[in-house]
Design a protein around this ligand. Structure first.
Ligand SMILES: *[C@@H]1O[C@H](CO)[C@@H](O)[C@H](O)[C@H]1NC(C)=O
Length: 374
């Protein structure tokens, strides 16, 4: 009798014991044993009070000198997690200077280094919280955006969508060291073709032919830390991976999601946002990310599939070009009597905004696709 009481007591305790291993709710909490972690990345997790069943996961990756706590407090993701009931993983860099290892060679070292530790945090969280593997997302700023592109290329099987703010293409930051600084990449001088960039990404997981995360790329024209050319190079990379044509976005929408941004829609798997006058201190757009991460807000009516990134309506100033067969590289003529501000776009394929620059700036050719008031 005592024995059976003990047994039933233990059984009653069992769920509590496993619950005790989970992180305290609504508090940024460090997780120590999440799996293999030879490179020593620290894992922090934020689990909101109200959680969806089989919750989505967002992996939010900080910038150089950043910390998990800085990214937790300085970005909208934890508040959005409270609102929608998803889990946020905040990895923290173990490297001097707090940058991510996006500089080692590939493919193999990337799968063993910081990126591997982050992947292990995701699989740990899926198991511990019965999270939905079809709703796993990633986002990052600067070095974290570089890592977002590396993770998308290295673990395409793990993530469904990514959002990268002011980063570089996967593989662009190569130095052959753990956390080196590649100036030619940072300064926008690592320029190559769509197919070369795509191959760099594909080489990070040789032989993989399954689905890949759709990518949303953000950059500011006034970024002097990670030069804006990296916006073009990153779009080339993912355009190549997804079979789009870099120079031919399906839609170009001015003033979206706010007046300084132009949105380039390549198709359901790739969107770019270019901010005129926006510096490296680019703000994370939580609302746009929530739209991009299909199903992160919860499953309503059982439909989490088939999102189209092509907007059905656009905001004011929207002037969409909808054909995908344009081949002309002649700059379009813009509205008369309007001037583009310093850093603003003034010409390029698919561009239909102002073509005159505010004095004393000159419309300066960057490529067929983009000229800027400098
Ligand atoms: C920097 O990266 C580029 C590719 O983006 C590469 O060609 C170059 O060799 C790298 N520089 C160093 C110092 O490793």
């Amino acid at each position: 009798m005592k024995f059976s009481a003990l047994v039933s007591g233990l059984m009653a305790l069992a769920p509590l014991a496993s619950a005790a291993e989970l992180a305290k709710r609504a508090t940024l909490t460090q997780v120590n044993n999440f799996g293999s972690n030879p490179s020593g990345v620290r894992m922090y997790i934020y689990v909101p009070e109200k959680l969806q069943t089989n919750p989505p996961i967002l992996t939010a990756i900080h910038y150089c000198t950043g910390t998990a706590n800085a990214f937790y407090t300085g970005t909208p993701y934890a508040r959005l997690a409270d609102q929608y009931g998803f889990i946020v993983i905040y990895p923290e860099s173990p490297n001097d200077g707090g940058c991510w290892d996006v500089s080692q060679g590939y493919p193999d070292p990337q799968r063993r280094a910081n990126s591997n530790s982050i992947a292990n945090m995701v699989t740990y969280t899926i198991a511990q919280y019965k999270a939905d593997p079809d709703r796993v997302f990633l986002a990052g700023t600067s070095s974290g955006a570089m890592m977002t592109n590396v993770m998308a290329a290295t673990y395409p099987d793990l993530f469904k969508a990514g959002s990268a703010y002011a980063g570089v293409p996967a593989g662009c930051f190569y130095t052959g060291t753990v956390a080196g600084w590649n100036s030619s990449c940072a300064n926008g001088q690592s320029i190559t073709t769509q197919s070369a960039w795509a191959q760099t990404a594909l080489n990070m997981y040789p032989g993989y032919s399954g689905p890949r995360p759709k990518m949303q790329i953000w950059h500011g024209s006034a970024d002097t830390t990670i030069y804006p050319q990296n916006f073009q190079e990153t779009l080339k990379q993912w355009a190549g991976v997804f079979g789009y044509t870099y120079g031919q976005p399906q839609q170009t929408i001015n003033g979206n999601p706010s007046s300084e941004f132009t949105k380039y829609v390549y198709g359901p798997n790739l969107v770019g946002y270019y901010g005129a006058g926006v510096t490296h201190n680019i703000a994370i757009n939580g609302a746009a990310d929530m739209e991009w991460f299909t199903g992160i807000k919860g499953v309503t009516g059982g439909s989490t599939t088939t999102s189209s990134a092509v907007p059905t309506s656009t905001t004011t100033k929207a002037s969409s070009t909808s054909t995908s067969s344009r081949t002309s590289s002649a700059p379009t003529s813009g509205p008369t009597g309007c001037t583009a501000a310093r850093w603003g776009q003034c010409a390029g394929i698919g561009y239909s905004g102002c073509t005159t620059c505010a004095s004393p700036y000159k419309c300066t050719y960057s490529n067929d696709w983009y000229s800027q008031c400098l």
